[in-house]
Design a protein around this ligand. Structure first.
Ligand SMILES: [Mg+2]
Length: 428
């Protein structure tokens, strides 16, 4: 039974939500998290929740001196340096990354001047709140680059991987092989997943249904029906199966396909409805027995709080770089943890976002079972994998987590030389 159903049907619901840290009384609304008494609070800014402690990973006393970006159209790296010569590397979210790099230099960089790099919570909040007129896509994409560079900086200073700085343990993380393709035919999809299962020991896969934000469209007529009819019999006995609709359906069609997915052995249905239609998603997740997941595009942390408290999803999937970095993803995972909801940060390509998610999965208190790992080769993944070393490795269905300080990687000089360089530097 889903936890949500259990809560609805159990007399101990109020006790459980109380244990989970919700500030509700027995007559409060455990589904929405609304407060009983107007004006009584508590009121938490920017996704902080009860018991949240601001990070203090390094000593105070440094100042942010330089922020550099190295951009191509769809990939951009960020280097943050402090006045003692320490530095760390992060990444801006993929796609239109050159635009996000410009936003970083115009809207964010100067916010860091004179600030303590140790006080990342304050810095991240300032960057968002100073840009209240620009919610939140490009601001958070750019902020993700600064935040992840600061976490690497912390790791370099402390000589520890980020995972350990967050209280986690360096261990491989099980993955699910994630297909990104709606051009692939059902038989071809089965063949490549069987090959990856047998060669790499991967025991979970996700395939695509519907057509992205298509008002109930499909890649071609009956592709979704054929995918569901083919994937289950071929793989459900040996692998966990997941399906992703990328905002395809109205709730009626999502429930229709969701029931077909359930019958074919699929255990997780991702982004069934347009992601901005929160009530539609909840209608689907309340109706289906299977886990409904999503949230990769959601970059408003107050919306995250509402979606978590209303149990819109059974599993949340915030993207560390769409959402603005490790700090904000950490807060979001903690909010979900208080409601008993697992978190699988979204990582749909082989850039540093997969590293960030690896470290988070070994540190957050509520990781889901599998990290998303794209099974697509070529295109942006080749470019991303040429950007850093050592390469990530899959063994026995798990991805290795680098144990070196920070993100545990070295950035390619050749990649940097082929990028566009921009510098913001503090006069302080
Ligand atoms: Mg997805």
């Amino acid at each position: 039974m889903k936890r949500r159903s259990f809560l609805k049907n159990s007399a101990s619901a109020a006790i459980l939500t109380g244990v989970a840290g919700c500030s509700q009384t027995s007559s409060g609304n455990e589904e929405t998290g609304s407060q009983l008494t107007p004006g009584s609070g508590p009121y938490y800014h920017q996704g902080k929740s009860e018991g949240y402690k601001d990070f203090a990973i390094i000593e105070k006393g440094l100042r942010i001196k330089k922020i550099e970006t190295f951009s191509k159209r769809d990939i951009a790296l960020v280097k943050v340096s402090t006045d003692d010569g320490s530095s760390g590397w992060g990444q801006i979210s993929t796609y239109n990354s050159d635009l996000a790099a410009t936003v970083l230099h115009r809207n964010l960089a100067q916010i860091g001047w004179g600030k303590e790099p140790s006080e990342i919570d304050d810095l991240v909040d300032l960057c968002v709140e100073a840009n209240l007129k620009y919610p939140w896509s490009y601001v958070n994409r750019a902020l993700g680059g600064i935040d992840t560079a600061l976490w690497d900086l912390y790791g370099q200073i402390q000589g520890k991987p980020v995972c350990e700085l967050l209280g986690g343990e360096v261990k491989p993380v099980p993955i699910y092989g994630s297909s990104m393709s709606r051009a692939i035919k059902p038989d071809e999809e089965v063949q490549r997943m069987i090959r990856l299962r047998d060669e790499n020991g991967i025991t979970a896969f996700k395939y695509r249904i519907g057509k992205e934000a298509s008002h109930n469209g499909d890649a071609w007529e009956n592709r979704t029906e054929d995918m569901i009819a083919t994937m289950g019999p071929a793989l459900a006995d040996t692998c966990a199966l997941l399906a992703d609709a990328n905002s395809s359906y109205t709730p009626d069609r999502a429930i229709h396909y969701g029931r077909m997915l359930e019958e074919s052995g699929v255990i997780q249905f991702e982004e069934p409805c347009p992601y901005w239609e929160t009530e539609w998603i909840k209608e689907v997740s309340d109706t289906l027995a299977m886990d409904v997941s999503g949230g990769e595009q959601d970059n408003d942390i107050a919306k995250w709080r509402r979606m978590i408290n209303s149990h819109t999803f059974d599993i949340i999937q915030p993207d560390p770089l769409y959402l603005g970095g490790i700090t904000r993803t950490w807060r979001t995972a903690l909010m979900a943890n208080k409601m008993g909801i697992p978190c699988i940060p979204h990582s749909a390509n082989h850039g540093m976002v997969t590293l960030f998610t690896l470290h988070l999965m070994r540190a957050i208190p509520n990781p889901g079972k599998y990290l998303e790992f794209s099974i697509e080769t070529g295109g942006i993944n080749d470019e991303l994998m040429a950007m850093y070393s050592p390469a990530l490795k899959i063994e026995n269905g798990s991805l290795n987590l680098p144990a070196e300080p920070g993100w545990g990687i070295t950035i390619s000089k050749e990649w940097l030389e082929a990028s566009d360089y921009q510098l913001s530097e503090s006069a302080l």
